[in-house]
Design a protein around this ligand. Structure first.
Ligand SMILES: Cc1cc2nc3c(=O)[nH]c(=O)nc-3n(C[C@H](O)[C@H](O)[C@H](O)COP(=O)(O)OP(=O)(O)OC[C@H]3O[C@@H](n4cnc5c(N)ncnc54)[C@H](O)[C@@H]3O)c2cc1C
Ligand SMILES: *[C@@H]1O[C@H](CO)[C@@H](O)[C@H](O)[C@H]1NC(C)=O
Ligand SMILES: *[C@@H]1O[C@H](CO)[C@@H](O)[C@H](O)[C@H]1NC(C)=O
Ligand SMILES: *[C@@H]1O[C@H](CO)[C@@H](O)[C@H](O)[C@H]1NC(C)=O
Length: 431
C-alpha cells in the first residue's frame, strides 16, 4: 500500500516512520516553503530541515513507549532533559505547588523506570531527529505542497496541492486543514470540524541560559495570576537552553492558521514581552529569559471541537488535525504519538490492503475516546488557570496536586498501544 501524508510535522513524520515498519510506503507533503524546497522537491530523498521555531514539548510515558517501538527512544532521551517535577507558582514566584510527575506515572502503572519520568525536548530538535529517521528510511518529503482538495474513489485517494500538482495513494493521512474550514474538510468531517481561535496567543522564546548567566532551577514551571489572566511558563531543554512562553489575550493574530514563524523584529518583541512580564511582577530570571531570547515564535491557540470519527473512507486524521487542543495540560503531542502507535499496531495485525477499512474503523473506535479525554483535560486545565479567584484557584490546584502526589486520586492509567489494540481485536472477534 502507498500512503500520502499531508503535513510533515511531528506526528506526520512519526507516522511515516511507523508505516515504513509495516512495509507501507509513504510520501510526506508539507505546505512549508523552505529555501531547501527547491532542492527537495526535485524528488531525491534529502533530510528536510524545517528550521528552528517553537519551544519545548513535553513527552510522557505513553508517547515514550511509541518512540521506543520505533527505535527512536535512545536518541530522543539523549537530546532531552528529564522533567521530574512540575511546579506552579503565583505570578511573583511565591507559593510553590510541586507535582511529582515521575511518581505519578509509576502510580498510573508505568513499570519501566526509564519511561516513568517525562521529558522536555526542543521541538525543533525532535523534528530534526524524526526527519533524519525518515531520510534514513528512504521516505521522501516534498515542501511547498499545501493540500487543497481530496477526491476519494473506491480504489484510492487523489489529492491536489495549491501549486496545481497532485498525488495519488491508497489512503491519506491528513491535516485536512486544521484551522481553515475548506470545503474538503467540511465535506469529509462535517460543518463543525473547524478549530476555534481561543483568543490566546502564546509567545515562545528560546534563550541560551548559560551564556546569559541565567540560573533556572526548575525544568518545568508555571507562573499564574488567575484574575488578570496572566500565565507564563519556563522549560529547561538542556544545560545550555531553555524556553519561556507567555500567553496574552489582546494581541493581534500573528498569522492565520497554525504556522509558528519566529518574529522577524526580535529586539522589539523581546523588549515588549519582557517589559510586560516585568509589569506582571514575575521573578527576575523569567523576565531575563524573555529579554535575552534569541528567537521568539508566536502561536495562536486553537481548540478543535470533538470529532465523532477520525476517519472517513480512505482519509485518516492523526495528531492535531484529529484533536488539536489547548496546550495547558501538555497532552497534545503525547495524544498524537499514541495515534501513531495504535495505527502501527493495527497495520501489524491487518496487513492485507482489503483490511484497510477495518483498520481505520478500529483506529477511530480506539482513538476518539482518548482524543476527547485529552482535549477535555486540557480545557479543564485552561479553565482552572483562567477562571476563579487567585487565592481559591491556587488552593484548589494545591489540593488536586496533593491528591495525585499521594495516589489518592489517579491521574490516569498508563496507555499501551499494543494492549489496547489487542483488546479491540479480541472484542471484534468475539462478536
Ligand atoms: C512550528 C511549530 C512549532 C510548535 N511549537 C510548539 C511548542 O513550542 N510547544 C508545544 O507544546 N507545541 C508546539 N507546537 C505544537 C505541537 O508541535 C503539536 O501539537 C504537535 O506537534 C502535533 O503534531 P502534528 O504533526 O499533528 O502537527 P504539527 O506539528 O503542527 O505539524 C503540522 C504540519 O502540517 C503542515 N500543514 C498544515 N496544513 C497543511 C496543508 N494544508 N497542506 C500541507 N501541509 C500542511 C504544517 O506546515 C506542519 O508542518 C508547534 C507546532 C509547530 C508547527
Ligand atoms: C507575592 O504575591 C503574594 C500575593 O499574591 C504576596 O502575598 C507575596 O508577599 C508576594 N511575594 C513577594 C516576594 O513579593
Ligand atoms: C475524482 O477522481 C476520479 C478518478 O480519478 C475522477 O474520475 C473524477 O472525475 C474525480 N472527481 C473530481 C471531482 O475531481
Ligand atoms: C556572565 O558572568 C561572567 C562571570 O561572572 C561574566 O564574565 C560575563 O560577562 C557574564 N555574561 C553576561 C552576558 O552577563
Amino acid at each position: 500500500m502507498r500512503a500520502i501524508i499531508a503535513g510533515s510535522g511531528l506526528v506526520g513524520a512519526t507516522t511515516a516512520i511507523a508505516l515504513h515498519q509495516v512495509g507501507i510506503q509513504s510520501v510526506l507533503y508539507d505546505q512549508v516553503d523552505l529555501v531547501q524546497a527547491a532542492l527537495s522537491s526535485g524528488g531525491a530523498p534529502v533530510a528536510v530541515d524545517f528550521g528552528d521555531s517553537g519551544g519545548s514539548v513535553m513527552l510522557a510515558s505513553s508517547a515514550l513507549r511509541v518512540l521506543r517501538t520505533l527505535g527512536l527512544l535512545d536518541e530522543v532521551l539523549a537530546s532531552s532533559l528529564p522533567s521530574t517535577y512540575t511546579n506552579w507558582f503565583k505570578i511573583n514566584g511565591s507559593a510553590p505547588i510541586v507535582m511529582d510527575t515521575a511518581k505519578i506515572n509509576k502510580d498510573c502503572g508505568e513499570t519501566d523506570p526509564a519511561l516513568q519520568t517525562p521529558i522536555q525536548i526542543l521541538r525543533s530538535k525532535l523534528h530534526n531527529i524524526l526527519m533524519q529517521a525518515c531520510h534514513k528510511a528512504g521516505i521522501r518529503t516534498f515542501t511547498g505542497k499545501k493540500l487543497v482538495s481530496v477526491n476519494q474513489t473506491s480504489t484510492g485517494v487523489f489529492v491536489q496541492f495549491a501549486d496545481g500538482t497532485s498525488a495519488e495513494g491508497d489512503f491519506l493521512v491528513g491535516r485536512m486543514v486544521f484551522t481553515q474550514q475548506l470545503p474538503t474538510r467540511r465535506q469529509i468531517f462535517g460543518e463543525s470540524s473547524k478549530a476555534e481561535f481561543t483568543g490566546v496567543i502564546g509567545h515562545i522564546g528560546v534563550v541560551k541560559t548559560r551564556l546569559n548567566n541565567i540560573t533556572l532551577k526548575e525544568t518545568c514551571a508555571f507562573y499564574l495570576e488567575r484574575e488578570k489572566k496572566q500565565l507564563v511558563c519556563t522549560f529547561k531543554v538542556s544545560d545550555e537552553l531553555a524556553a519561556v512562553q507567555v500567553m496574552t489575550f489582546n494581541d493581534p493574530l500573528p498569522v492565520e492558521g497554525d504556522e509558528y514563524r519566529p518574529y522577524s523584529d526580535l529586539p522589539k518583541e523581546s523588549t515588549r514581552l519582557a517589559d510586560l512580564l516585568a509589569d506582571w511582577g514575575v521573578p527576575k530570571h523569567v523576565e531575563a529569559m524573555m529579554r535575552k531570547s534569541f528567537r521568539i515564535s508566536p502561536a495562536a491557540i486553537y481548540d478543535l471541537p470533538d470529532l465523532s470519527a477520525y476517519h472517513k473512507g480512505r482519509v485518516v486524521l492523526v495528531g492535531d488535525s484529529a484533536h488539536g487542543m489547548v496546550p495547558n495540560a501538555g497532552l497534545g503531542l503525547l495524544t498524537g504519538l499514541e495515534d501513531v502507535g495504535v495505527l502501527l499496531e493495527l497495520f501489524r495485525n491487518f496487513r492485507n490492503p482489503q483490511d484497510l477499512s477495518k483498520v481505520l474503523d478500529l483506529y477511530s473506535q480506539l482513538r476518539v475516546p482518548r482524543g476527547q479525554d485529552a482535549a477535555g483535560k486540557s480545557r479543564d486545565m485552561a479553565k482552572q488557570y483562567y477562571t476563579g479567584s487567585s487565592t481559591i484557584g491556587h488552593f484548589l490546584l494545591r489540593v488536586g496536586i496533593f491528591l495525585f502526589n499521594h495516589n489518592l486520586v489517579k491521574y490516569g492509567k498508563v496507555y499501551d498501544c499494543p494492549t489496547d489494540v489487542a483488546a479491540a481485536i479480541n472484542g471484534v472477534q468475539a462478536k
